[in-house]
Design a protein around this ligand. Structure first.
Ligand SMILES: NC(=O)c1ccc[n+]([C@@H]2O[C@H](COP(=O)([O-])OP(=O)(O)OC[C@H]3O[C@@H](n4cnc5c(N)ncnc54)[C@H](O)[C@@H]3O)[C@@H](O)[C@H]2O)c1
Length: 266
């Protein structure tokens, strides 16, 4: 049977994870590999990609790892060149790097605010800047950017820089989608909700619940109508659809992966 991404070359940024298990980037790299894609796995910390590589190879995938800080202009340019040199093309780009910092405008210092913009938004601009010309030259390409329900709703804590940058990712994706539609490039956004990924244990519980992981998980779970928490594999499946030819008529839009959380207002 033909796989959904047979032979397609996909750059996944943040293809590692803060801990063992299914973060969004790792799950995307592995799920896409399972569907026949050649994965160019990009991460600031190559050691975090080891588990991704193991899992991708276990499902018969081809995967190459490239170390890159996606907030660094020169490094991103080199990264795209390295992908071309390794695989000869770029069929899809999944921008997954990002994360939250706590605080509203009064508590957050200016450095943190600016770092959040670089981390969540400039990273997406930079990879698109260097990948779009390649896709235009090929006459085809698909980009999936990763936002967050924090970019469309209050999600339980003050994190204004995260919310603003993720809202920025959504609108950036829409306007780039329209600009590049006639050149065969589709651009969409996945909006994950409150997932149970390794990041919850590694970072979020400390930020939000004094290190009490169970308390944070219970609070997050209560908000989700479906009554369970998804993980990176749910984000990956949405991204897979958006990258695949099944979504050939889908551009400039979003898939919300949140168990119904953003649809409720009680
Ligand atoms: N985990 C969630 O519950 C959740 C919910 C909504 C949205 N998201 C979004 O999903 C994305 C991934 O989150 P996650 O929690 O699955 O990831 P994660 O934090 O577990 O992993 C991200 C990876 O990105 C890498 N990375 C960090 N900075 C980088 C840089 N400058 N250049 C290259 N690589 C870098 C890290 O080394 C890490 O391996 C983020 O954009 C996040 O905002 C996550």
């Amino acid at each position: 049977m033909t796989k959904r991404l047979d032979g397609q070359v996909v750059i996944v940024t943040g293809a590692g994870c803060v801990g063992p298990g299914w973060g969004n980037g790792r799950a995307t790299a592995v799920r896409f590999a399972e569907e026949g894609a050649k994965i160019f796995a990009v991460d600031l910390k190559p050691e975090t990609v080891e588990e991704t590589v193991e899992r991708a190879r276990a499902v018969g995938g081809e995967i190459a790892v490239h170390q890159c800080d996606v907030t660094d202009t020169a490094a991103v340019k080199d990264m795209v060149a390295a992908c071309l040199s390794r695989f000869g093309r770029v069929d899809a780009l999944v921008n997954n790097v990002g994360g939250s910092a706590k605080g509203g405008p009064v508590e957050m210092d200016e450095d943190t605010w600016r770092r959040q913009i670089d981390f969540n938004l400039s990273s997406v601009y930079l990879t698109c800047k260097h990948v779009l010309p390649v896709m235009v030259e090929q006459g085809k390409g698909a980009i999936v950017n990763t936002a967050s329900t924090s970019g469309i709703r209050w999600t339980g804590a003050a994190q204004s820089a995260y919310a603003a940058t993720k809202a920025g990712v959504i609108q950036f994706s829409k306007v780039v989608a329209v600009e590049y539609a006639s050149r065969g490039v589709r651009v969409n956004t996945v909006i994950p909700g409150q997932l149970h990924t390794p990041m919850v244990e590694a970072r979020l519980a400390g930020q939000r619940a004094g290190g009490n992981v169970d308390a944070l998980l219970q609070t997050r779970l209560k908000r989700i109508p479906l009554g369970f928490m998804g993980d990176g594999r749910d984000t990956a499946n949405a991204a897979l659809f958006l990258v695949s030819d099944e979504a050939r008529f889908v551009t400039g839009t979003e898939i919300i992966v949140d168990g119904g959380m953003s649809a409720r207002c009680d």
